[in-house]
Design a protein around this ligand. Structure first.
Ligand code: ADP
Ligand code: MG
Length: 307
């Protein structure tokens, strides 16, 4: 972690609970604790991974940073500023700086907007540039995400695109606003491994060219190892371990992390990323079994590990 740089995004003791809508057999509904006092800091230009099983609170963390929701307790900061009070014009500026890419581009893209309209829409909403400027910007971003030649894609609709192409549109759409921070919420979990790695390379390219920092949310340690400088492992709304990606993966201290690694066949302790994707798809898609997986193993090792 950089010593003399301040974080771009910071969560301090953030908690979030949801009111459960279901009453089970007449019993009182209990709140769901999605996040239970989590803290982490992400530095400029960094790709920070939040790794955990389904239901661990990853999406909730992303939604709080994107200000789609507010925390019940704790503070979310962007560039040192508490974001809780942002309203009106300040909130609109915040939305330009912080963008989110969702798991399912079918749901996040409007089916009635063409590729051109979808990528241009944020520029219209934020009243940026002339029509000519906007067209040029759309084409530039399409080139950057590999939707080329742009003319082949501009007039297509989401149902006329592959899953990977839809996610490229979603990424181009976030990039036209020149964000400083992007939350990528399992952006490739619905895609084949070969397509996933193409998208990862696009994210790396965006980081390199435009110095964007990322929160990358995933259940997949292989994806995290490929992409992330540092990771935090989250379980049931609590961060159990965090550190440099290679340290955490090669020397996991918490039983939950150890079990996550063990649950991905052929993954443990390999020093190189060669062949991680493509030939060995089961690694990328390796799922953790709830009953015999990390939660069972972590049951008697509850304490948080910091490094
Ligand atoms: P992840 O993205 O890691 O799968 P989430 O952040 O989506 O996890 O969810 C964390 C917990 O909060 C889960 O138990 C989930 O069921 C619950 N949860 C998330 N969103 C809501 C909601 N809108 N209403 C009720 N419960 C929710
Ligand atoms: Mg999620």
């Amino acid at each position: 972690m950089p010593d003399n740089t301040s974080p771009i995004v910071e969560l301090e003791n953030v908690s979030k609970r949801y009111r459960s809508k279901v009453r089970f057999l007449g019993r009182e509904a209990r709140d769901v604790v999605a996040l239970d006092g989590i803290s982490f800091a992400i530095y400029p230009g960094e790709i920070f991974g939040l790794v955990g099983q389904s239901g661990s609170g990853k999406t909730t963390s992303g939604r709080l940073i994107a200000k789609l929701e507010n925390p019940d307790a704790g503070v979310v900061r962007l560039e040192g500023q508490d974001v809780s009070g942002l309203r009106g014009a300040a909130l609109k500026r915040y939305r330009r700086k912080v963008q989110m890419i969702f798991q399912d581009p079918y749901q996040s893209l409007n089916p009635y907007l063409s590729v051109l309209q979808a990528i241009m829409e944020p520029l219209i909403i934020h009243d940026i540039g002339t029509r000519g400027d906007r067209l040029a910007e759309v084409e530039r971003r399409m080139q950057a995400v590999g939707l080329t030649p742009p003319d082949d894609f501009l007039n297509r609709y989401p149902h006329q695109l592959s899953g990977g192409e839809r996610q490229r549109v979603a990424i181009a759409r976030t990039m036209v606003l020149k964000p400083e921070f992007i939350i990528a919420d399992e952006p490739t979990s619905m895609l084949d491994a070969t397509i996933a790695i193409q998208l990862f390379n696009i994210l790396l390219d965006i980081r390199r060219r435009w110095k964007v920092a990322f929160l990358f949310v995933t259940h997949n340690l292989g994806a995290a190892r490929f992409l992330c400088d540092r990771i935090a492992v989250i379980r049931k709304g609590v961060i159990v371990e965090s550190g440099a990606t290679t340290d955490v993966i090669q020397n996991p201290r918490h039983a939950y992390t150890q079990a996550l690694i063990a649950a991905q066949p052929g993954f443990a302790y390999r020093g190189s990323d060669d062949g991680l994707y493509g030939q060995n798809e089961h690694r990328l898609h390796g799922q953790v079994d709830d009953k015999c997986g990390p939660d069972a193993a972590a049951a008697d090792s509850e304490q948080t590990q910091e490094r």
